[in-house]
Design a protein around this ligand. Sequence first.
Ligand code: C2E
Ligand code: CA
Ligand code: CA
Length: 689
Amino acid sequence: MPQLDLMTSLAIETFAHAIQAIFLIGFASLLMYYHRYYQRDYLRYWSFACFAFGPSELIRAALAGSAMIAPESALSWSGGLQGVALTFQYLAIAFIALGASCAAFNSRPQTYWQYVAYAVSLISGIISYFWLEPTISYVGSTPNAGFMRFLVTGAALLIIGLFMWRKLGSGIGPKLVSGGFFSIGIKNFLVLSVILSLPANAVDWVLSFQALLTVIIIAVVIVGVIIWLLESERNTAVRAIQRAEYLHTHDALTGVSNRAQLVSKIPLFIEYCRSNNRHLTIMLVGVSRFKVVNENIGIRGGDQVLKEIARRLQNFNKQPLTVSRISGDVFAIAFDHLKNRSLIQDLATELQDTLNEPIEVGEKTLSIAAGVGIARYPQHGSRSEVLLNKATIALTQAKQSHQPTITVYERGMDEMYAYLVDMEPVLRKAMRENEFTLYLQPQFDFDHQQLCGFEALIRWQHPERGLLSPAEFLPYIEQLGLSTELDDWVLNQAAAILTSWKQKFGFCWPIAVNLSAPQFQHFQLIEKMQRLLEDYNISPEWLELEITENVAMSDLHNGMSVIQRLREMGFGISIDDFGTGHSSLAYLRSLPINKIKIDRSFVSELQQNNNDATILKAMIRLSHGLGKRVIAEGIETEEQQDMLQKLGCDMMQGYFYSPPMRLQFAEQFIERQIQSNKKPLPPGEFATA
Ligand code: C2E
Ligand code: CA
Ligand code: CA
């Protein structure tokens, strides 16, 4: 190997470093361009790495070049510049490491680690500066200077290469990149061993050309990055297509098939049932008042409930053909082995029981009530949409009552459903345009022989059909989930009436308001009631809340604490339609209410049925024993009034005393009371026996 003279050696070195610098800055721009386009953070770090490597090579080129032209003057400042070049190089290594971590963990390294990396490179640069001899680091004269840079960068790149090889995917791109880093590391160690072992003339050759080798390896790394990007773009596209295909047939939340998939499967089931003489049964399962569940435990909690329902349906041990989620809270489950109605009923009951088991959501445990709507092939149709529509109609029916039922589709249900669909916009408009109005029915106190309050009863002043009673529209309000909105309206209206009475008469007669089940179970009922008191500046004992027995009992634990809170706030609570529910006397003891309202059915039967009189007597006695007052509703005749008074009833309400009336007539009623010196009874009288 010929001995290189100093000038030639310096010329080669200048050229090699300059070429390396130009390539690196080119690569840096290319990587930055790709980063902008593909938004991968590791590209940005590696672009910075090339940007940092570039100047360090440029400095080296300048040093070698100036040593060639003016060897004397170069000596004085070469040490400092060497230090700067090395700092840049360490910074580049830091950027490569940060980029590698970014690519491996798919997220940017924490700011903390970034600062550590920059600090380490800066400190290493400063240390090397003081450690370097102030001479040009070409070989033969001072191996010390080059030694550090080859050792540190070599070790770092070996580690980074190995790390990436293990962490990143198996594609050609990542392998080329990590292999590239690894090779530069190996190359640096080879250069080191050359420096230590070979004669100076060989070292000159090796050193002069290793820079060019570095450029070639970096070019391979860049090619690797491009292949990597293309590979990952392709994978992303493939994944997106797979996901889209999955979502086309599956429900993203629960993983069961979706409506579209079910609709396309039903014809196959029908075909199978037809040729094997089987019956297809489609059951739709819907959670009763799922909106309330969502309001109580939040949307995420609601999602958990839906997932749990899907899981239970999938694990249901009666071999369903398929389980699908066809809309918000409605699931479909199909069977082909149910021959007759009683088998269907049994299985649906079992299904209902499975779903009614408590569900744990976070720290809460809740029970849902599921209704089941059923349609069958061939009885109810032979097309997917027809069967699903009929099952939906049956489900709507099943969810109507407070305790959802199992309902098999029957002829005639369609009209009811069609009517409901038509009613929705009409009812919403009625609410918007204030077509509802409150009627007040006076209540009479036997002991004091005077008016003791009113019950607020809603009416709908229909623009075409005239005044409608609740029976004509409340069922639709309930089914359309508008109960809470309507109850809010009634509460506000009643509170406004109380405020105006306070101004007009100087005092108020209490108004009882009916609360629907969704309103009573509304998670913000207490806050709403508190706001109502503040907004209208009224006293809580002027408002009485009527809840029916079944609503109070349906979730005894929660119901009890809501009643307790409302009582503590000062509201009167009475149990409406008492005696018609499934609990009655047994639970009366535990409910912290202050009044019971005996249902109209008892009153109307009173004269014919001796048994009822005995039951009523027991009820009234027990209520009084528990400190609760008793009011009877629906009293139409003097005889009924007398009998109830004899049985110990405290108050009455009914057509005999007065029908429900418009506000203006109720106010005239009050004025007559005032004229005969009757004032509202004090709240104490009202609250205890
Ligand atoms: P309810 O709470 O049991 O109300 C008593 C019902 O009995 C009222 O019917 C009232 O007009 C009627 N009534 C009163 N005295 C007599 C009588 O002597 N004989 C007969 N046969 N009936 C009498 P209405 O106003 O048609 O209300 C029916 C039901 O609608 C109410 O039953 C209540 O459950 C519901 N409702 C009425 N207004 C509201 C309201 O503002 N909000 C809510 N959520 N429900 C309401
Ligand atoms: Ca009532
Ligand atoms: Ca009632």
